[in-house]
Design a protein around this ligand. Structure first.
Ligand code: PLP
Length: 461
């Protein structure tokens, strides 16, 4: 009997919160090893997106599993304000050393949204204790994604989500994020980037600089923009504008950090635009435990501590078990030289995706950096025409992919208003032959999608 959503009177699949009763349930995962996942029917899937861009060191890493068991046998929980744990300190030392000067302290939480909540609250408390209590607005970009808790969501640029929750939140100013495909009329990539940077200064002036606390940016967009990479000039410009107006620059590196782009932080690609605060999650503990981090400079932390300490925290912050696991994960990132691997395999993947784009009418653009890549799916690339948003091309590609043994995560941002893209973000441990396999499976899935599009009368090839 095929399993469907709502097929039991109570409990059942969590997808019952998303899909109507009667919808087929997804395959049930049985095990993971390296870049592969297997379902309970024994079918194998190449995890081409590392789940939700999480499994950076691949599945089933024996050293991390051993560290997890060893820590669990010692102690799983001890509240970090009473007891420090060896791994939490070692992890902070290591991350701050990798992040470089100006990111001197680490605060550990349970995921990306909590990390961004921590960043905007630390920024606010810093303003309050340094006589800048009028600063509270956090400018962000549209489209963008910073998390689903109400604070992180209030700085997210997604009209659909805000349409539901906006009345419950503080409204913060939004400016355009640079794009590289289907640009506004009359713009080149460069001129649109320049306009987007100017929009930051205009927004600060319009809002009143004394009221603006911070500007939060995904340095390389995730699901919101589909891996758009902006030029060094854009980053330098936003840094200068923030400096001119005393505005803190927060880089949300929840997806782009922890080595995925071929540098430990994506911001390392733009030394002229060092952020004041950085958030990490996803690949940091690579799915071995729910985890996130805020990295902050001494001068901000010292000012807040000097005034009584950070008025913020969670029961599970700096959890000893999670810190031990995350420390073992970053140990594997170092041992296997995965930041370098992300660069090398990223180059191979880019070349393979560009080859697919040359052959497939559906691939309008290949973009990204390292192993944070995406393809833009279009009806016909000669016209850059988007498929009807109701068709939901990424979701259709995911379905074809599962049949071909490739797992392609997607989540629709802004209901597809900024295009249809598919992230291609495998574990950083992916080998050269596995990149080739990924590309082959993706190309077969795209070919099936092309047939479906033709049969639905949405395009002719
Ligand atoms: C850029 C970015 N920021 C924040 C988040 C939120 O992280 P989490 O889902 O762990 O709360 C995500 C998650 O997709 C993300 O991609």
């Amino acid at each position: 009997m095929p399993r469907t959503i709502g097929d039991t009177p109570q409990g059942g699949s969590v997808l019952g919160f998303y899909a109507p009763r009667g919808t087929p349930r997804p395959p049930r995962v049985a095990k993971g090893e390296g870049v592969f996942l297997w379902d309970t029917d024994g079918r194998r899937y190449l995890d081409a997106t590392a789940g939700a861009v999480v499994a950076n060191i691949g599945h089933g890493n024996p050293r991390v599993l051993a560290a997890m068991q060893a820590q669990a046998a010692r102690v799983t929980f001890a509240y970090p304000r009473f007891f420090e744990s060896e791994d939490s300190v070692a992890l902070a030392d290591r991350l701050c050393a990798w992040a470089g000067p100006g990111l001197d302290r680490a605060f550990f939480v349970s995921g990306g949204s909590e990390a961004n909540e921590s960043a905007i609250k630390l920024a606010r408390q810093y303003a309050v204790v340094t006589g800048q209590g009028s600063r509270f607005k956090v400018i962000s970009r549209n489209p963008s994604y910073h998390g689903s808790t109400l604070g992180a969501l209030s700085v997210t640029g997604d009209a659909n989500t805000l349409g539901i929750y906006a009345p419950m939140m503080q409204s913060h100013p939004k400016i355009d994020a640079p794009r590289s495909y289907r640009l506004p009329e009359g713009h080149t990539i460069e001129s649109f980037e320049a306009a987007c940077a100017q929009a930051l200064e205009d927004a600060i002036v319009r809002e009143g600089p004394e009221s603006v606390l911070a500007f939060i940016v995904e340095p390389i967009g995730g699901l919101s923009t589909g891996a758009v990479v902006s030029s060094p000039a854009y980053f330098q410009r936003i840094r200068q504008i923030c400096d001119r107006h005393g505005v803190l620059l927060i880089f949300d590196e929840i997806m782009s950090g922890a080595g995925r782009t071929g540098a430990f932080l994506a911001s390392h690609h733009w030394p002229g635009a060092r952020p004041d605060l950085v958030t990490l999650a996803k690949g940091l503990a690579a799915g071995y435990t729910p985890f996130g981090a805020l990295l902050a400079p001494n001068h901000i932390v010292d000012a807040v501590v000097g005034a009584g300490g950070f008025v913020h925290g969670h029961t599970y912050f700096t959890n000893p078990l999670s810190c031990a696991i995350a420390n073992a994960v970053v140990g594997e990132v170092a041992r296997l030289d995965l930041v370098k691997q992300a660069e090398l395999r990223g180059r191979q993947l880019t070349a393979r995706l560009e080859g697919i784009a040359d052959r497939s009418p559906l691939v309008g653009q290949v973009r990204g950096l390292g192993l944070l890549m995406a393809i833009e799916i279009v009806a016909d690339k000669s016209e850059s025409r988007q498929l009807p948003v109701t068709f939901n091309a990424p979701a259709r590609l995911t379905e074809h992919g599962l049949r071909h043994g490739i797992a392609l995560y997607n989540r629709r941002a802004n209901l597809g208003a900024f295009g249809d893209f598919q992230m291609i973000t495998p574990p950083l441990t992916i080998t050269e032959p596995e990149v080739d396999l990924l590309a082959d499976l993706l190309e077969r899935s795209l070919a099936d999608l092309q047939v479906e599009i033709e049969q639905a009368g949405l395009a002719r090839y």
